[in-house]
Ligand binder design. Structure first.
Ligand code: NAD
Ligand code: 89V
Length: 338
């Protein structure tokens, strides 16, 4: 498969590295509004076709899919344009700025008959996959309670300065991953109640969010996120889990320690591998980039919808919007209201 990447910024480097690791994939063109960035990426990854205008790159064609690694404001136009040019699409999270845009993007890909996957990679992290397997195999019975927790004091703003500038921060950028993990374990949500706080006064948006979700299947989950938590050891970027089921419990503790307690206790080291191009502590995220991109390729080869498709991600995005509404209005929000 031949691909093209739009956006050569901070995170695209991981996506480009991962594409290089996937058999049968070649990135033949890249594009960024910033000519210097495009040039540097082209040299680093040996890509000959470079563009500053995505429309021009899509019109020139010669590839089967496009990987959109830009920030959210550009996603709708780029997805619609890619669909109009009949290519499969990977789009970074947050998928869209609002639900109307997200629905339009899903419809555009559907009309074109093309695969649209959101690069929602946290549920593809190997420690999360290991925990999902335990639950999906029924080892702890029917889950009835879960805590999905991400608390850190890591400076994300130096690598991603735009995160300090938006009216919204933690739910939209990071909570979206943690809410998606909650959906992966407990299914779709019925309603959500959320509170938010801003502790770091040097940023504009909220950096703490605590969310309580009632899932359609009957489980309750607490999803809590913070970038204002000083802890030693610092656990960035680990998502910790605590799940109670009818036959046992599961915990994913700091340092990738998975504990499954049934009539006996198993403690499993689920540390993700450090890929040749990865750096700690990002290796957990970086490995999941390779896994999700491989999933995209496999889905196209077998004609199956990706687990984190645009349509699926609409449900996670709906939870994000419902959480902001709940926090603003101080009430529990039925997800079906949005
Ligand atoms: P960035 O600002 O470093 O890079 C984005 C690049 O896109 C910039 O170079 C910009 O010039 C380019 N760009 C913007 N609009 C464009 C357009 N229309 N055409 C061509 N180029 C365009 O941002 P980043 O930190 O790399 O983040 C990109 C996306 O990745 C964000 O949506 C962010 O939330 C997401 N992200 C995801 C993860 C993850 O683990 N899934 C981690 C970090 C960032
Ligand atoms: O995954 C992300 O979207 C990143 C980070 C992990 C830093 O929140 O922005």
């Amino acid at each position: 498969m031949k691909g093209a990447v739009i956006g050569c910024g901070f995170f695209a480097q991981n996506q480009l590295q991962a594409w290089r690791d996937i058999d049968g994939v070649e990135i033949v063109a890249i594009c960024d509004l910033d000519a210097e960035r495009t040039k540097q990426c082209a040299a680093a990854f040996g890509i000959s076709r470079t563009y500053q205008d995505a429309e021009k790159m899509l019109a020139d064609g010669g590839f089967d899919f496009v990987d959109i690694a830009t920030t959210v404001g550009s996603h709708r136009a780029l997805v619609e344009s890619a669909a109009a040019h009949n290519v499969h699409i990977v789009c970074q999270k947050p998928f869209a700025e609002n639900l109307e845009d997200a629905r339009a993007m899903v419809n555009a890909a559907h009309r074109a008959g093309k695969t649209l996957m959101v690069h929602e990679n946290f549920r593809w992290q190997s420690p999360i996959l290991a925990a999902l397997q335990v639950v999906r195999l029924g080892k702890i019975g029917e889950p009835f309670f879960g805590r999905v927790s991400f608390r850190s004091g890591y400076d994300v703003f130096s690598g991603q300065p735009y995160l300090a500038e938006g009216e919204r921060f933690i739910i939209e950028d990071l909570g979206i991953h943690i809410l998606d993990i909650s959906r992966a374990f407990f299914g779709d949500a019925k309603h959500i109640a959320a509170t938010t706080r801003r502790i770091n006064t040097r940023i504009k948006g909220e950096d703490v969010a605590t969310m309580l979700i009632t899932h359609k299947g009957g489980a309750t989950s607490v999803v809590d996120c913070s970038y204002a938590t000083r802890r030693m050891p610092e656990t960035f970027p680990q998502t910790l889990l605590e799940i109670d089921g009818s036959k046992g419990t599961l915990r994913l503790d700091a340092d990738y320690k998975l504990i499954v307690q049934t009539d006996k206790e198993a403690v499993i080291d689920v540390s993700p591998p450090v890929l040749a191009w990865a750096q700690k502590p990002w290796h957990n995220i970086q490995e999941s980039v390779l896994t999700i991109q491989q999933h995209f390729v496999d889905c196209i080869a077998s004609g199956v919808e990706p687990e984190t498709s645009g349509a699926d991600n609409l449900k996670t995005l709906t939870l994000v919007e419902a959480a902001y509404l709940s926090a603003a209005q101080g009430r529990t929000v039925p997800v079906s209201d949005l």
